[in-house]
Design a protein around this ligand. Structure first.
Ligand code: PEP
Ligand code: MN
Length: 361
């Protein structure tokens, strides 16, 4: 897919003075709950009211959504508050019902984007629609799978398109529920600058305390908007309780976020520079995490050496690593001098870690 200018029209036409905000509960639970939250979000920065009607659960036995009846509640939201509405669709039946009930924005969930069959079924069902369709990234970090889904909708004549970055699952234990892999969002923006990209800090963080920082990083990286789960009684939500915030907290978050304005040349320059600097910050963070992980492995080696009673420094192994890294570094445009200095420092730190283990009685 090449970059397509028209993809951004629906967002430009909204003439927002702030990033697009989609907010509302993870799931529609009861009519009262849906309406209560909507009334609290009315007259805030929220542009679209989200509520999951059909919930894709990883394990059976969890709340699977109220189903079609919830669409009546979303209609009431629109009538009573004027907020536009949004929900997730995962098959043709969902699409037909959502269109019949005039939902304004449909999103494709992360578990659906992984399946080209499902995505094609949805694209066929939505052919030529003028509704906004946002495609969440697949659960696994696969940029072509994500783009493939965008292409299927585009080829079905849908031009009010965008993507939602909700993070990726990983076997590693991290502070996130779904690791952001910001590089992917950055790559997507550089290849398709006109494809709107919305960040979902709720599903990335998995915990409400992480929402602010993730949102700020997304805005610093020039994302176009945020999708944030908001509930009147987050702790007792029927799904994703830990990651939802009250409408009051949402308003506070929106007020505290730094938002870059990009209307003149000077601010365009500042915004580009800022985005590149944020990119560097993300990479530096990843460097630190990799280094710390490497030291963890070095410590495990130290433990093994201790049990076997062998020396910490094994020069042939070290020379082998160094030779390989210099060659690989050269291929990646890094000078021999730099690679040598950097690995000497890393190696020294590893030795220090191992020695601490060996000297522990
Ligand atoms: C959701 O938005 O509530 C949801 C189920 O998201 P995801 O598809 O990102 O897991
Ligand atoms: Mn959710």
């Amino acid at each position: 897919m090449e970059n397509k200018k028209e993809l951004r029209n629906w967002l430009n036409d909204m003439q927002l003075s702030h990033p697009l905000v989609i907010a509302g509960p993870c799931s529609a639970e009861t009519e009262d709950q849906v309406l209560k939250i909507a009334h609290e979000l009315k007259d805030t920065d929220v542009n679209y009211y989200r509520a999951g009607i059909w919930k894709p659960r990883t394990r059976p036995g969890n709340f699977e959504g109220v189903g079609a009846i919830g669409l009546n509640w979303l209609k009431k939201v629109k009538e009573e508050t004027g907020l536009k509405t949004a929900t997730e669709v995962a098959n043709k039946a969902h699409v037909d019902l959502a269109l019949e009930n005039d939902v304004d924005l449909l999103w494709i969930g992360a578990r659906t984007t992984v399946s080209p069959f499902n995505v094609q079924e949805l694209a066929d069902a939505l052919k030529g629609t003028d509704k906004i369709v946002l495609i969440k990234n697949p659960v696994n970090p696969d940029l072509s799978l994500w783009l493939g889904a965008v292409e299927r909708f585009y080829n079905a004549g849908i031009t009010k398109l965008g993507v939602i970055h909700r993070g990726f699952s990983t076997y590693k234990k991290t502070k996130y529920r779904n690791i952001p892999e910001w590089q992917m969002g950055i790559e997507l923006q550089s290849k398709f600058p006109d494809l709107p990209i919305i960040n979902d800090p709720s599903h990335i963080g998995g915990k409400r305390d992480l929402i602010f920082d993730i949102s700020q990083t997304a805005l610093d990286l020039n994302f176009d908007g945020l999708m944030i789960e908001s509930h009147c009684d987050p702790d007792n939500a029927w799904s994703d309780a830990a990651q939802q915030v009250t409408p009051d907290r949402l308003v506070e978050i929106m007020k505290d976020l730094r938002i870059r304005k990009v209307d003149d040349d000077e601010s365009k320059y500042a915004s580009k520079l800022g985005a590149l600097r944020s990119n560097i910050d993300v990479l530096d963070q990843a460097l630190l995490e990799t280094l710390s992980e490497r030291m963890g492995v070095a410590q495990q080696i130290g433990q093994l050496k201790k049990e076997r009673n062998v020396a910490v420094l094994q020069s042939n192994r070290w020379n082998e690593i160094l030779g390989k890294m210099i060659l690989e570094g050269e291929q990646k445009g890094l000078s021999e001098e730099f690679v040598l200095k950097m690995f000497k420092a890393i190696h020294q730190e590893s030795i220090n870690h191992q020695e601490r283990i060996l000297n522990k009685s």
